[in-house]
Design a protein around this ligand. Structure first.
Ligand code: NAD
Length: 503
């Protein structure tokens, strides 16, 4: 019998007010129920926001290094439990255990980075233009933060948001994706064990329209940190703009890898296999388009088709498996609908294009790694995010032409270029419109202490990762201390009293 989980509000476990629940199942074996979770609504969100508001003052007065110590302890607990966390995550959302270990490690790295930032969180001091006056800026917490996360990085993405928010002194209402509530519940459990006080971190499980929207609309939630689809991000942005709520949006992508004729083709091949089919293509940074120089187009396509058709699919707990299932049935249907569209629009199906079946594969939502060749930039499969193991291959005449094709989408998250020509590499770094550009490495592989985010419709200008995350979770307060014992007027007395006045 699967364990029944609860919401965690004000330091107490609570059922949903509705009394309803939903099941969380293993996408590699749909008969296996991973857990049962409360199906919450606005009433549960109201209670969680209330608890977060009440806990805010005391938490905001904890020194930031002490808040950092709690987050560091959470990192230590994650180190001790890394293997169990990874295996549970694979059961919950399907990606192979090699990758879920990486997902946990990203959380650990974020814990240690965020904890250390508690001893920096630098402001600015600068000389005043007036005598006997001191100027500085300091960071202060904002208030209650709403954290809404997707299912593809069930540990890493919540930690990117929750750890800096906690160190900043904000309190939190957290709504994880309903495909991955268990990893989220475990993360909360770890933070409580590490010493996060009651009410500072609250989790409310349930659907996006019921729980997510109620968090976004709540007047006492001062900021929203959201990662998910561009469609939902736009909705959140519209609603939040009515109250000028601060919102960070990390959204969809249509990432491309360029391979030039002078590239190390074996290296580029390893990169594309990892970028396109790792996490079953379900990464915001997954390589969805491959842009090949015309001189190596046929040769590289053959090499790629041969390797990709040998990728081993299956339950990600088996260490020899390379590609897990799609996260749920609807996602697999969506992926397949793009295969149909690709065929209809005239792209050439090279491999895959169908459900993967036979033996244990029949138990889950497996889809064969799929490659379309002769894709042109106007085709739907070259423009829309698919979020599955489908790669569209396009042809380019030159680096300029390849960059033009790469830039031809509404998204701008990650990008990769394989070339040995340093001039071309730097041209690409300058001209590619994306938040991240890799040279001779795949589109996936972000490190937690570096800024992460995208341009165009991939986001709204904020960055996660590194010190930049603290810009979002804190306010800047500028402070002037005048110890002259007289009224000093900036800009006016500054120049009136000084020698050599030119005003
Ligand atoms: P999604 O937008 O469907 O859901 C994301 C979260 O928002 C979930 O918790 C969901 O329940 C919630 N939600 C749904 N509707 C909502 C609403 N109306 N109001 C408030 N919350 C709502 O996305 P998903 O399917 O979980 O994740 C896949 C998407 O996330 C892809 O587009 C992918 O590119 C994107 N993503 C982006 C990044 C990034 O950093 N840029 C990282 C990972 C995933």
């Amino acid at each position: 019998m699967a364990k029944a989980f609860k919401n965690f509000i004000g330091g107490k476990e609570r059922d949903a007010e509705s009394g309803k629940t939903f099941e969380n199942r293993n996408p590699a074996d749909w008969s296996e129920v991973v857990g049962i979770f409360p199906k919450s609504d606005k009433r549960d969100v109201d209670a969680a926001v209330d608890a977060a508001r009440q806990a805010y003052r005391e938490w905001s007065l904890y020194p930031a290094p002490k808040r950092g110590d709690i987050v560091k302890k959470a990192g230590d607990i994650m180190v001790a439990r890394k293997e169990d966390l990874a295996r549970e995550m694979t059961r919950e959302m399907g990606k192979v255990v090699l990758e879920t270990r990486g997902d946990v490690q990203e959380g650990i790295d974020t814990a240690y980075y965020s904890a250390s930032e508690g001893r920096r969180m630098f402001g600015v001091t600068a000389p005043s233009e007036l005598q006997n006056k001191f100027t500085m800026s300091v960071r202060v917490p904002v208030g209650v933060a709403g954290v809404i996360s997707p299912w593809n990085f069930p540990m890493a993405i919540p930690t990117w948001k929750i750890f800096p928010a906690l160190v900043s002194g904000d309190t939190i209402v957290f709504k994880p994706a309903s495909d991955t509530p268990k990893t989220a519940a475990t993360l909360v459990e770890i933070l409580v064990e590490a010493g996060v006080p009651d009410g500072v971190l609250n989790i409310v499980h349930g659907g996006g329209n019921e729980v997510g929207m109620a968090i976004v609309e709540h007047p006492d939630v001062e900021l929203i940190s959201f990662t998910g689809s561009t469609a939902v991000g736009k909705k959140i942005s519209e609603i939040s703009s009515r109250s000028l709520k601060r919102v960070s949006l990390e959204l969809g992508g249509k990432n491309a890898e360029i391979v030039m004729d002078d590239a190390n083709l074996e290296l580029a091949l390893d990169g594309i296999l990892w970028g396109a089919f790792g996490t079953t293509g379900q990464r915001c940074t997954a390589t969805s388009r491959l842009i090949l120089h015309e001189k190596i187009y046929d040769k590289f396509l053959d090499m790629l088709a041969e390797r990709a058709s040998r990728l081993k699919l299956g339950n990600g707990l088996d260490e020899s498996v390379e590609v897990g299932p799609c996260v749920n049935e609807a996602q697999r249907e969506k992926v397949h609908s793009y295969t149909e569209i690709g065929k209809k629009e005239g792209a050439r199906l090279v491999i895959g294009g169908e459900f993967a079946k036979g033996g244990d594969l029949d138990k889950g939502w497996f889809y064969k790694p799929t490659i379309f060749a002769d894709v042109t930039p106007d085709m739907t499969i070259a423009r829309e995010e698919i979020f599955g193991p489908v790669l569209s291959v396009l042809k380019a005449r030159s680096m300029d032409n390849a960059i033009e094709i790469l830039n031809g989408t509404i998204y701008g998250l990650s990008s990769a270029v394989y070339t040995r020509n340093i001039n071309d590499a730097f041209k690409a770094i300058r001209d590619i419109k994306a938040g991240i550009t890799y040279i001779n490495a795949p589109t996936i592989g972000a490190e937690t202490h570096m800024p992460f985010g995208g341009v165009k419709q991939t986001g709204n200008g904020h960055r996660e990762g590194g010190a930049g995350a603290f810009d979002f979770f804190t306010e800047i307060k500028t402070v002037y201390v005048d110890y002259s014992d007289k009224l000093q007027r900036a800009q006016i007395d500054t120049y009136r009293e000084s020698k050599g006045n030119t005003n």
